[in-house]
Design a binder for this molecule. Structure first.
Ligand code: ATP
Ligand code: MG
Ligand code: MG
Length: 433
């Protein structure tokens, strides 16, 4: 077969484009917070380059040096396109990103200019899919997706709340339908419970409107849970978009105080192996209804009758999976994210190498140094029966802000680890007071 001049030019352009991209794969990451930072910590020894789109000196940029970082917002289409032009793949560490531009990049690609002034179209695969991100961004649509999916996913009853003039009537309707208390939630943009308002009685309706009323809202029936559980799932898919596997990490118990995650226990305390197994199966069936590759967190409520209810999904590494760095070191949630995005092998089973782990979030206290006693304790503890792993995120301390975490791993039971962990737990609780 003869190569036409056109073919030759295309081949040359392709080679040059590959040179621009470099030999090691580059993952462009929207968002450079602590999740991105820990992703970089997993990518660094693998020689995988992470190009981060976020502010200068963000936690993730501090952990990974490259000339491909982009300064700006992960909500800015122009900056996202710039990141795409420098990356072989795109991924996220936060779901609140501009999905219109991601959809456009998937469909039409971005133009890369070559040395000779010509351009080639570059289409970095995007994982997880913008479809998943767009759905998850709107908690009401996310709930509707689960309610109407074939998989029969148990969720709390919910209803959309009218905005503007009709908000009050709509909230009264929710109170009639669900009784008190019920949860009023912002549909979009919330994290760490910041868009939630617990409506405990008629007296709370006005404060609720004052707190959230300008945002699109929905109401959710109160879930009378005895515990909260979470399961991380690795979702794989071929390049045609067909699901090829869902592998679940162990179920963990998550403790939320004022709607923010403060502690994680692996395994969950006083929960049977059967329930943990059900939680993993449920998490896999939830994640199978979504699109794209990567790790996904499924947050759940465990009810008194031992049944499970799905709260929400995070389409990325998650606070409840930090423990995997030390408990499943060969395939932490961060390494799994890299493997999934790049379509590298994923283990069939994820078995912890320690029988027990406790993750404690370090939240900023009232004073900038409120957490120093705790970090000092973490740095100075060496114990034959408990390993102490301190992670600070390079963030300025502000009240309630996640600035680090400590993972404690134990070699016998969670019970014993919990006893050993007592001084740490005490200090963590003290910061919050
Ligand atoms: P994040 O994304 O940081 O997990 P978020 O802002 O998206 O948090 P949710 O996960 O919706 O918030 O809720 C935070 C916490 O509030 C839950 O973990 C749970 O403790 C409580 N909560 C949420 N919904 C309900 C409900 N329907 N009934 C009872 N408690 C709830
Ligand atoms: Mg959330
Ligand atoms: Mg949540």
């Amino acid at each position: 077969h003869l190569l036409t001049v056109q073919n030759l030019l295309e081949l040359q352009a392709q080679t040059e484009a590959e040179e621009i991209m470099g030999a090691n794969p580059v993952i462009g990451l929207l968002g450079g917070g602590q999740l991105g930072r820990m992703l970089c910590e997993a990518a660094n020894p693998l020689g995988i380059d992470i190009a981060i789109l976020d502010e200068r000196n963000s936690p993730a940029k501090q952990a990974h040096e490259t000339n491909r970082h982009v300064t700006g917002s992960f909500k800015d289409p122009a900056r996202i396109r710039e990141l795409a032009s420098r990356s072989d793949y795109l991924s996220v560490e936060i779901e609140h990103v501009d999905t219109e531009v991601l959809e456009d990049i998937e469909k039409n690609g971005v133009d890369i200019e070559l040395a000779d002034g010509s351009t080639v179209t570059h289409r970095p695969p995007i994982h997880p899919s913008w479809r998943t991100l767009r759905l998850i961004q709107d908690k009401y649509l996310q709930k509707e997706h689960f309610r109407t999916s074939e998989q029969k996913i148990p969720i709390a009853e919910h209803m959309a709340i009218e905005s503007g003039e009709a908000t009050l009537d709509s909230l009264e309707e929710a109170a009639d339908k669900f009784g008190f208390p019920f949860m009023l939630k912002a549909r979009k943009g919330s994290y760490d419970g910041r868009g939630n308002f617990k409506v405990s009685s008629g007296k709370d309706i006005e404060p609720a409107i004052n707190a959230l009323g300008k945002l699109p809202l929905y109401a959710e029936k109160w879930a009378p849970f005895v515990k909260e559980l979470a399961v991380m799932v690795i979702r794989t898919e071929n390049d045609e978009g067909e699901l090829t596997g869902c592998v679940a990490y162990p179920a963990v118990e998550t403790i939320h105080e004022d709607s923010i995650c403060t502690k994680v226990f692996m395994p969950p305390r006083e929960v049977s192996d059967e329930v943990c197994e059900e939680a993993r199966e449920l998490a896999c069936s939830v994640v199978s209804t979504l699109w794209g590759r990567g790790v996904f967190a499924v947050e759940m409520f465990l009810l008194e009758d031992n049944s499970l209810m799905v709260n929400e999904v995070a389409p990325r590494p998650h606070n409840s999976g930090h423990y995997t760095i030390e408990a499943i070191p060969a395939m932490s949630q961060y390494k799994a994210q890299i493997h999934a995005v790049l379509d590298l092998p994923i283990p069939k089973k994820l078995i912890p190498r320690v029988p027990a782990a406790i993750m404690l979030n370090i939240l900023g206290g009232a004073a900038p140094n409120s957490h120093h006693k705790l970090t000092r304790l973490a740095r100075s503890t060496y114990d034959d029966d408990m390993d102490v792993h301190l992670h600070l995120y390079g963030k300025e301390s502000k009240p309630g802000r996640k600035i680090g975490h400590i993972t404690l791993t134990g070699f016998s039971s969670l019970d014993e680890l919990e006893q050993k962990a007592e001084p740490f737990i005490k200090l963590v609780d003290e910061i919050r007071q």
